[in-house]
Design a protein around this ligand. Structure first.
Ligand code: TRP
Length: 375
């Protein structure tokens, strides 16, 4: 299987083990986001988003090119998506929150793809009705992130198929089975729907160019596990079809509350879903794995290990002020902050965040139709 990188695995369908992000950058051939590039972005945005400062978004392709185009007066659009296989969890929100920020700062349109087809094809237990249903559930969470209804287009692959299919076949014609196997690790036992699917995920990279009748640069904010689609398909076919290659900005994975691995809906006890009630959120966090030692005495003497601790990683995502994050880090390292206290505080921070998110999610039911596009 390609992309199995020694002790860890990163493919669009599986992320396992302790991910070495520097190694991933080398293997995938992407470019790290340097302080210089962050400064350049800040020239346009006027500030630096905490996710950039904290290297949660850490890698890219062609970001300088996108900024060159923007400087020359050519606006780009944003493209991201979601595989609607279940309810949204906190890990999913990270790229969406950042995408909303980019939309606001650059006045960019967003095309948001719900791959209900992919999730149906990939998971033998999900019916098509179920995945299309989750398209609508998940869309509420997307909208709750604050996107502009005038500039945001959310679509289900199934319901927008007529528009998408035309472009998908033009893409698919240029991708051989051996390329698809090499990039995605497909085997003879893989169903042929999955083998065609990468063409579908590449479509939105070019959709606005087709709809507007002129080339529009595309920037994709997404977790780095989606990179094979861009590297292996979209960027390969773009010049052949006369489009710009899409640019990318990649995030790291958001850990679950267990030991190692990303937050995953298939391990519900270690994932915080946006629809979870407060008591459940609290009990999940209180049972979280941490970077703490086995006894209080040892913890006081040696200090905890924030680097491996999901509780600490959540502070990195949710606390606005760098000073507060730093303080948690230092107090933990010095053995002053114990895990019980630490988890109690995180539980409050997460509950405050979710209360607000759930309020906006309810509101979103009224505006949903403004965002959805279909044939
Ligand atoms: N395949 C993605 C998933 O399973 C969904 C997706 C479609 C996506 N298009 C995207 C994610 C673009 C990021 C960017 O979650």
């Amino acid at each position: 299987m390609p992309n199995k990188l020694g002790e860890f695995t990163v493919t669009p369908w599986e992320v396992k083990g302790e991910v070495d992000y520097d190694k991933l950058i080398r293997e995938f051939g992407t470019t790290p986001i340097t302080d210089e590039l962050i400064e350049r972005i800040a020239k346009f945005t006027g500030d630096v988003h905490p996710f950039l400062r904290r290297k949660i978004f850490f890698s890219h392709r062609d970001l300088n090119w996108i900024l060159d185009r923007y400087e020359a007066g050519e606006k780009f659009f944003l493209y991201t998506g979601r595989g609607p296989s279940g309810h949204t969890h906190m890990g999913h929100l990270v790229p969406w929150i950042f995408t909303q920020y980019l939309q606001e700062k650059f006045g960019a349109e967003l095309y948001f793809q719900m791959t209900d087809d992919e999730k149906f094809l990939h998971n033998s237990e999900l019916s098509l009705d179920t995945t299309v249903g989750f398209t609508y559930e998940n869309a509420l969470d997307v909208i709750a992130c604050g996107f502009d209804p005038e500039k945001t287009f959310i679509f289900s692959d199934i319901e927008y198929a007529k528009t998408i299919y035309d472009i998908a076949v033009k893409i698919a014609k240029h991708i051989t089975f051996s390329t698809a196997k090499a990039v995605f690790g497909f085997e003879n036992s893989t169903n042929i729907g999955m083998i065609f699917f990468p063409a579908i995920q590449a479509v939105p990279c070019f959709l606005p160019s087709v709809l507007k009748g002129k080339n529009v640069p595309c920037l994709i904010p997404a977790a780095i596990d989606q990179d094979p689609y861009w590297r292996g398909v979209a960027r390969e076919v773009a010049p052949k079809l006369g489009f710009y290659k899409p640019a990318q900005i990649h995030s790291k994975f958001i850990p679950g509350l267990g030991q190692g691995g990303k937050m995953s809906a298939s391990e519900p006890e270690t994932a915080i879903f946006t629809v979870d009630p407060p008591e459940l959120v609290h009990s999940k966090i209180m049972r979280s794995f941490t970077g703490g030692r086995s006894t209080i005495q040892e913890q006081r003497e040696k200090g905890g290990i924030p680097e491996i601790c999901p509780v600490y990683r959540y502070y990195e995502i949710l606390l606005k002020d760098d000073k507060d994050v730093r303080e948690v880090y230092c107090r933990c390292r010095e053995g002053e902050l114990l895990c019980g206290e630490d988890k109690l505080r995180l539980s409050e921070v997460v509950q405050t965040f979710l209360k607000e998110h759930q309020r906006k999610r309810e509101e979103a039911k009224k505006t949903l139709e403004k965002f959805m596009v279909r044939d």
